[in-house]
Design a protein around this ligand. Structure first.
Ligand code: NAD
Length: 433
């Protein structure tokens, strides 16, 4: 049977959960405190760039199964299942800022008019869901509810696909009643045989952090190996290819680059270290991963400076501002660190990105933005490819050479064939080759 659901927070995670849960046949109200977002969503426009999402928005709004509001009280009262999908950004001490989640829990406490399942989708430190349970029991001792941890694993850029075909769905819960409710919510996923991991609240919370910390470690491993390959004249692509053919290793996440970014890996690795500190376990490996990733970002401009000398008054074009392709998300993007460093060294920065310039402009209003990547490179002393957008894979070497003033091309995502670009007179810099 379909459920009445509200999803609090309609950002990258909450928006996909809203349209996805509605598409599975549930009645969903998406809630956000941002009036502009709600206005856009009501007219089937997505506030973020995410491939495919507007089609799902339109279909489910038209079906009457999906609605959006800023009225959190009404949405909670009318729902049987409440998803918490608000942000948990990094706080000043490295631990997640839990104030957005806390505010939602306070709203839930004020509107528990009948049995409800409260589902945390936000990435929250171990113990948070147990704490929410305790807090609500203290605030509303007579009310019936269950708290469930259902961490999100979607990848921006392919999140619609990931919602309907996740590798696994993790559900931490403490009662049979909550388990039955969650089974109903995801009935359609059960039918298409998505593996479900039923576990405790704490285990579900730690699965999310362990997964992200592992992926960040794998990226950092290949980045460091790529740096070593540079030092000994080896080719990281062949190394990664051969490593990836080992079934125990697998080929995914073995692509060297300018360091990981995004709204999850940087903050989640820091949260793992923080959790370790709080319970007296030294997460030394993850600590090193964080430090190595910072150095990886710095290496880009350091290597350019070594190749070009002072960057003072040099024009450097950065192609790609999003933290990865197929998204407009620039949170913790390596491009931020690169642009900051270029500006500190006195460079003039030109920038291009197919989707993320609007967001980047809020952080760096003073650099030069171009809607056309060729124009962005005109008269540049150096070009850096910082995001693996497909359009940068097809850069025409002759055209680029004739447009640029200088010859330094830093392919920080290893998208191009070095031999071709070197043969056209470029000073090609890649990662690990
Ligand atoms: P986001 O910043 O894009 O969205 C959060 C939304 O919550 C915003 O629209 C904000 O206005 C809204 N909000 C905050 N407080 C609110 C309140 N009291 N009432 C109503 N709305 C409120 O964040 P996101 O990227 O969607 O991430 C959400 C959570 O999911 C985080 O914990 C994150 O770590 C986790 N997560 C994110 C991803 C990802 O790829 N973005 C993947 C997996 C997990």
């Amino acid at each position: 049977m379909s459920k009445n659901i509200c999803v609090v927070g309609t950002g990258y995670v909450g928006l996909i959960a809203s349209v996805g849960l509605a598409d599975l046949g549930n009645h969903v109200i998406g809630v956000d405190k941002d009036e502009e977002k709600i206005k856009l969503l009501k007219s089937a426009k997505s506030p973020i760039y995410e491939p495919g999402v507007e089609e799902y928005l339109e279909r489910n709004l038209n079906s009457g199964r999906l609605n959006f509001t800023t009225d959190i009280d009404m949405a909670i009262q009318e729902s049987e299942v409440i998803y918490i999908a608000v942000g948990t950004p990094e706080g000043s001490d490295g631990s997640p800022n839990m104030s957005y989640v806390d505010n939602v829990v306070t709203s839930i406490a004020g509107n528990l008019n009948n049995y409800k399942v409260i589902v945390t989708k936000s990435t929250v430190p171990v113990g948070t869901n147990r704490g929410i349970e305790k807090q609500l029991k203290g605030m509303c001792p007579e009310k019936e509810f269950d708290v469930v941890s259902n961490p999100e694993f979607l990848r921006e850029g392919s999140s619609v696909q990931d919602f309907f075909h996740p590798d696994r769905t993790v559900i931490g819960c403490t009662t049979e009643r909550a388990k039955k409710e969650m089974f109903e919510v995801y009935r359609a996923l059960n039918i298409i045989s998505v593996p479900f991991i039923w576990c405790s609240l704490e285990t579900a919370e730690l699965i999310k952090y362990a997964s992200n910390a592992f992926l960040a470690t794998k990226i950092t491993f290949i980045n460091q190996m790529a740096n070593l390959a540079e030092g000994v004249d080896a080719d990281i692509h062949k190394i990664a290819q051969a490593m990836g053919l080992d079934g125990r290793i697998s080929s995914k996440f073995l692509h060297p680059g300018p360091g990981y970014g995004g709204s999850c890996f940087p903050k989640d690795t820091k949260a793992v270290v923080d959790t370790g500190d709080k319970c007296g376990i030294d997460m030394s490996l993850i600590r090193e991963v964080i430090a190595a990733n910072e150095l990886q970002k710095e290496r880009i401009v350091d290597r350019m400076e070594k190749r070009m000398g002072s960057l003072e008054s040099k024009t450097v074009t950065i192609l790609g501002l999003a933290f990865k392709q197929r998204t407009d998300d620039i949170r913790e993007s390596p491009s931020i660190a690169i642009v900051k460093s270029l500006l500190q060294k006195g460079a003039i920065v030109n920038a291009h990105d197919p989707k993320a310039m609007k967001n980047f402009r809020k952080l760096f209003p003073g650099i030069n933005y171009f809607n056309d990547s060729n124009e962005a490179c005109t008269k540049a002393d150096a070009v850096i490819i910082a995001t693996e957008w497909n359009e940068y894979r097809n850069i025409d070497p002759d055209r680029l050479k004739s447009e640029m003033k200088g010859e330094v091309l830093f392919d920080a995502r290893n998208l191009l064939d070095p031999e071709i670009f070197i043969s056209r007179g470029f000073a090609y810099l890649g990662i690990g080759r």
